[in-house]
Design a protein around this ligand. Structure first.
Ligand code: FAD
Length: 293
């Protein structure tokens, strides 16, 4: 079943993201995390695509295949295009097709200004993959605008462009303030866009993640969140507990506001995913039961 069909069946789709082990680490390093994550029965698991080199990217295909064919859970393979030629993209999509991986998260990737690939923007990759193979294509969106362009109206132009190219749903960049997400959705609905959007939630449990958030995506840091980080930054156990509680609170609010789905950036940490899933399991079941009455 591809992810488009899951959206047809469920009121609230709940999924996870994992990343492949680093180039120098064996692929089996992900098994321990996956063994635990699959027990939580997410609707699908996505696998990120590294910017650096073929080994990492072969791992994306291999892990996506493992999730689908061994663990029996739908998988979503991320794919970036900024440094790739058409032939390289065709090679990867062919491998995904052979492994029966049906869903691709089509991305541009981060532009360091030195790229000499065949693609400039994600919409070009979406059209290319859509034209060549029979994949279900998903794309990224940015509730607070993309870091290179903070204008949310232009971001929604880009969403429309991606839909025209064949995208069936979106996963959002992480955000820490649900109000920014609701304001973004309001703008999306004003344009009469009906394509499903999953809210990207990252439970923040250490300073490294905090740095990543501020540097990579420039998400607004609410005062409430800042206070929590400052209070517990030197106590990892307390920070983990606070991070789980903060993400849980965000998800309960989003679910009650009837968003289309939640995508949890697990950072390969089953302990965090397990605790959040436990906190929200009954809520998600209750929303999906209403759908199926
Ligand atoms: P695009 O949609 O191409 O947008 C990039 C910028 O160009 C935006 O500012 C947009 O407004 C502008 N733009 C787009 N199209 C046009 C156009 N036709 N004309 C003019 N301007 C245009 N990165 C990885 O390397 N690996 C991953 O696995 C990965 N997974 C991600 C998952 C999610 C859910 C998200 C939100 C991001 C992920 N990223 C990943 C990061 C992503 O690659 C970066 O955010 C990247 O900078 C933008 O990718 P995009 O596909 O959104 O680009």
């Amino acid at each position: 079943m591809n992810i488009r069909d899951i959206f047809d069946q469920k009121k609230l789709v709940f999924s996870f993201e994992v990343f492949p082990p680093k180039n120098t680490s064996p692929i089996k390093n992900i098994y321990k995390a996956l063994n635990e994550l699959v027990k939580l029965e997410p609707d699908f698991i996505s696998v990120t695509y590294g910017a650096g080199g073929s080994t990492v990217n072969n791992k994306t295909t291999e892990i996506s295949s493992l999730i689908k064919n061994i663990y029996g859970i739908e998988s979503l393979a991320h794919l970036t295009c900024i440094s790739s030629t058409r032939e390289q993209i065709s090679d990867i999509t062919e491998r995904l097709r052979l492994e029966d991986v049906e869903n691709i998260l089509a991305l541009r990737g981060d532009d360091n200004g030195t790229s000499c690939g065949d693609f400039k923007y994600a919409n070009e990759l979406i059209s290319y993959v859509k034209g060549n193979k029979n994949f279900n294509i998903i794309a990224a969106c940015y509730p607070e605008g993309h870091i290179e362009n903070r204008d949310v109206k232009l971001e929604i132009d880009n969403i429309e462009r991606k839909i025209e190219c064949g995208v069936t749903s979106f996963i959002s960049q992480l955000f820490l303030d649900n109000n920014t997400y609701y304001e973004f959705l309001e703008e999306v609905y004003k344009r009469n866009i009906k394509t499903k959007i999953q809210a990207g939630i990252m439970p923040v449990i250490n300073a490294k993640q905090m740095k990543r958030i501020t540097e990579l995506c420039g998400a607004t840091i609410p005062l409430k969140f800042k206070k929590i980080m400052e209070m517990y930054e030197n106590n990892p156990e307390a920070l983990t507990q606070a991070g789980i509680a903060y993400a849980t609170d965000q998800i309960i609010d989003l679910s009650s506001s009837r968003v289309d789905g939640i995508h949890l950036y697990t950072m390969n940490n089953p302990y965090v995913a397990k605790n959040i899933s436990k906190n929200i399991g009954k809520i998600i079941n209750s929303i999906n039961e209403v759908q199926n009455v």
